[in-house]
Design a protein around this ligand. Structure first.
Ligand code: ATP
Length: 312
């Protein structure tokens, strides 16, 4: 459905997007995840044809973005980060106006507006000025706008940014509902949002794709390391380090956040090919340290994200 090859964009000397490759299949909900300034918005703006790539290619269905920008625009609905809306207009008139400029056939306008009002939960505010609506409702109007002419692909730039937790859940539910029929690419830096909404997650950092897969596949991807957390009392860092680093498979022993009270919290980084929890336990058992906590860290999307974007 969407094929991106070696997509690159410079702003002067700033390399915002660096040779990105992406293949997105019909019906996928793809989350573009990355820290501030990673290049998410720039990528989305190039996909929608609002920004020219410095180099590389974008093909959507059978169209190339350079040769067929208008055909591509017809396939896409775009919700920019701060959706530009006319605040003086009432919601109903605004959607009519959008239907008009999108050249939706006259007889189809009303049914389409009704459908969007139902889908985006706008019925109770259809006759209120947009400027008086809460941010969550404004976002719903933006979503309805982006879907009014029934595009096959939706591109949503941080659709839940600035919303309260209830509004976030509501917008997320709408996106999931839409995702049953459409291909969606959304950008976010909220990990739980990507995890809850998307089939596939693409992590971007400093303009480059650093991970691409389902949440599960990302969690299972073996980085060669695992972390065992240990909390000890009656122990000092130097002797613990000396004992534990003598175990084959322990890569390093670092201090984790201190919670006072003479407790030593440690992060023991180990080669993931060997489960050496037994060895660590036996070492500790042979001392007079008091073991308060002992667990292996499970991979979370947050851990993966932090590991991959640490330089930022
Ligand atoms: P955020 O999560 O903060 O929105 P982002 O991942 O969407 O960040 P971009 O907005 O794509 O990141 O920015 C990527 C890089 O390109 C940043 O260094 C940014 O400063 C730079 N950049 C983006 N737009 C422009 C522009 N119009 N002129 C100059 N530099 C720009």
């Amino acid at each position: 459905m969407i094929n991106v090859e070696s997509l690159t964009r410079y702003f002067g000397d700033i390399l915002a997007v660096d040779r990105i490759n992406l293949d997105i299949r019909k019906g996928e909900i793809v989350g573009l995840l990355g820290p501030n300034g990673a290049g998410k918005t720039t990528t989305l703006r190039m996909l929608t044809g609002f920004l020219r790539p410095t180099s590389g290619s974008i093909r959507i269905k059978d169209y190339g973005i350079r040769e067929h920008p208008l055909e591509i625009k017809k396939l896409l609905g775009y919700l920019p980060e701060s959706a530009p809306l006319y605040h003086d207009m009432i919601v109903y008139d605004y959607l009519h106006y959008v239907a008009d400029i999108r050249q939706i056939a006259k007889e189809k306008r009303l049914p389409r507006i009704r459908k969007m009002a139902d889908l985006c939960g706008l019925n109770e505010v259809m006759h209120r000025p947009i400027g008086e609506l809460s941010k969550g409702y404004k976002q719903r109007v933006g979503l309805a706008h982006s879907m009014l002419d029934d595009p096959e692909i939706l591109i949503l730039d941080e659709p839940t940014s600035g919303l309260d937790p209830n509004q976030i859940v509501e917008i997320r539910e709408i996106i999931k509902k839409i995702g049953k029929e459409k291909t969606i690419i959304l950008s976010t830096h909220i990990l739980s949002e990507a995890e809850a909404t998307c089939d596939r997650i693409v992590i971007i950092n400093q303009g480059k794709i650093v991970a691409d897969g389902t949440t599960e596949s990302l969690k299972q991807s073996d980085s060669g390391e695992c972390v065992v957390n240990v909390s000890l009392k009656n122990a000092d860092l130097e002797s613990v380090r000396k004992e534990l680093t003598s175990i084959d498979g322990v890569l390093s022993v670092g201090r984790a956040d201190d919670d006072g009270g003479g407790i030593l919290n440690l992060r023991i980084s180990c080669r993931s090919s060997a489960d050496i929890r037994g060895d660590i336990y036996r070492k500790i058992k042979g001392t007079d340290w008091i073991l308060l906590e002992f667990y292996r860290e499970t991979q979370t999307l947050e851990n993966i994200f932090r590991k991959l974007t640490r330089e930022n």
